[in-house]
Design a protein around this ligand. Structure first.
Ligand code: NAP
Length: 248
């Protein structure tokens, strides 16, 4: 595979924001690895959407929380494609409960997938990017990292942790022309938010100046920008995509 092919890995891309990121990054001369753990059929559908835009796409199943699986997957990418240009750390879960009721395993699981998962992927991806002297890493944080949310202590802590990880990695990797940024989405209509009650939805909507929930495409557009050549002088930054819910 020639140097002019751009190689991309998007984690958690069977649906929602991850799928929209794949679609936004899909273009000719691009190979996209579509990661997922459980919904491989849906991940294959994400590949079809990328192929319709002229990209080559392939499902790459692995659990981001397992460093061994992540390392093996990145090795497989390097063996098949010879390089890795863009990593989007999107895989994430929520296990909500009030702190007094939160099970230790739900704290551990959310931190393991959302924060350690991103670290595992970043660590594996930065090695080939350092050799290439270039790369783009984009982490998906959340507005709750900045404003908190009752019932989401584990999730908010993981997403705030991602902001620190983004900034530390940006400083470490800048000398190799690797940029590391984050996006912090607000309330985005996906499976993750589908089960919220009407009451909670109405309360949230009342706080959003643009008076609508976001779409996965709203988030993917910012991710595609951060992955582009045009964003080459932006690193360690967080782009807020929340309809004005907070103005940081
Ligand atoms: P979603 O619809 O629930 O999709 C989550 C994706 O992550 C799925 O593809 C899922 O795979 C994958 N995943 C979960 N655990 C994984 C693991 N251990 N290894 C690999 N993949 C894994 O969620 P979403 O709303 O699109 O959210 C995507 C990201 O945006 C998450 O990091 C989320 O925290 C963040 N975010 C979302 C919102 C929102 O309002 N929706 C707001 C702020 C931030 P399976 O299909 O196999 O389960």
């Amino acid at each position: 595979m020639g140097d002019n092919i751009r190689v991309v890995l998007v984690t958690g891309a069977s649906r929602g924001i991850g799928r929209a990121c794949v679609e936004a990054l899909a273009q000719p001369q691009t190979k996209i690895y579509v990661n997922d753990v459980a919904n491989l059929e849906q991940a294959a559908q994400t590949c079809d959407l990328a192929a319709a835009k002229g990209a080559e796409a392939e499902v790459l199943p692995f659990n981001v929380a397992e460093a061994g699986e992540v390392n093996a997957a990145v090795e497989a990418i390097l063996k098949a494609s010879g390089r890795l240009d863009v990593l989007v750390n999107n895989a994430g879960i929520a296990r909500d409960n009030l702190i007094a009721l939160m099970k230790e395993e739900d704290w551990d699981r959310v931190l393991a997938v959302n924060l350690k998962g991103a670290f595992n992927c970043l660590k594996a991806a930065c090695r080939p990017m350092m050799k290439q002297r270039g790369g783009r890493i984009i982490n998906i944080s959340s507005v709750v990292a900045y404003m908190g949310n009752p019932g989401q202590a584990n999730y908010a802590a993981s997403k705030a942790g991602l902001v620190g990880l983004t900034k530390a990695a940006a400083r470490e990797l800048a000398s190799r022309q690797i940029t590391v940024n984050a996006v912090a989405p607000g309330f985005i209509a996906t499976d993750m938010t589908a089960n919220l009650s009407e009451k909670v939805r109405a309360e949230m909507m009342a706080q959003i100046p643009l008076a609508r929930f976001g779409t996965p495409e709203d988030v993917a557009a910012a991710v595609a920008f951060l992955a582009s050549e045009a964003a080459g002088y932006i690193t360690g930054e967080v782009i807020h995509i929340n309809g004005g819910l907070i103005m940081a």
